[in-house]
Design a protein around this ligand. Structure first.
Ligand SMILES: [Cu+2]
Length: 241
């Protein structure tokens, strides 16, 4: 009798342990900016009427987009440290489109080895010029005339962040965060992000913005729970002369 009960308790303990090992948590939060938000200038696209025609109202630069309370859009949030195991690249391609002579999205996250479909919805000439700095990631520089609707690329090593630009339209720029796991997000217009499906563990989360110093936080996921981690980014203090 005692033996059976002990066996049952062991089985229960194993089930509970397996449950916690299988638990998937989430980290979510809001990234805000504290300081004066620069005004995004209107992009003069007049030199290329095809670009201009795609916009009902004038397009504006996108390198610093913040809401009324400083909610920062286009911040790349990712797990920098603490993950164990391998996460194979998804076969599903990430997509970045050239539409209205603007990259959509402006900030994108991908996994190492994941195909990236670079589209040209514009019917005008673009030139996709990728400028990775990490050894192992190939630079490329490809013309996409109007009729060339898609090229597919990938990056082979993690890099925060790979810059992409267009040599035809000097205002065009995008950043691609390349990581070796699926635990990343890009903040929405309201500054919010969520990283789902995280195994139990303690992680270093980094937030990256194109124009501001990056910031990290340590976050522990204990089980099936959502942990909140908000960030405030500031400009670096001015250097004394
Ligand atoms: Cu272009």
């Amino acid at each position: 009798m005692y033996g059976i009960r002990k066996g049952a308790l062991t089985a229960l303990a194993l089930v509970m342990l397996a449950g916690s090992l299988d638990a998937k948590g989430s980290i979510k939060g809001t990234v805000k900016y504290e300081g004066k938000v620069p005004k995004m200038k209107v992009i003069r696209m007049g030199a290329d009427p095809i670009c201009d025609a795609k916009h009902d109202s004038p397009a504006r630069a996108e390198w610093f987009l913040a809401g009324p309370d400083g909610e920062l859009k286009n911040v790349f949030v990712y797990v920098k440290e603490g993950l164990k195991g391998d996460y194979p690249a998804p076969s599903e391609a990430a997509v970045i489109d050239q539409n209205g002579c603007v990259y959509k999205p402006h900030v994108l996250g991908v996994q190492v080895g994941q195909p990236i479909n670079i589209l040209n919805s514009d019917g005008t000439l673009h030139n996709v010029h990728a400028l990775p700095k990490k050894k192992g990631n190939d630079k490329f520089n490809e013309a996409m005339p109007g009729a060339r609707k898609k090229i597919t690329k990938k990056f082979n090593t993690p890099e925060i962040m790979v810059r992409i630009k267009c040599d035809v339209h000097p205002w065009m720029g995008a950043r691609i965060g390349v990581v070796d796991h699926p635990f990343y997000a890009v903040t929405a217009e309201d500054g919010s992000y969520e990283i789902k499906g995280l195994p139990v563990g303690t992680y270093t989360i980094e937030v990256w913005h194109e124009k501001l110093p990056a910031k990290t936080a340590t976050v522990t996921v204990k089980g099936d729970e959502t942990v909140t981690s908000d960030f405030t980014l500031k400009r670096p203090p001015k250097k004394k002369k």
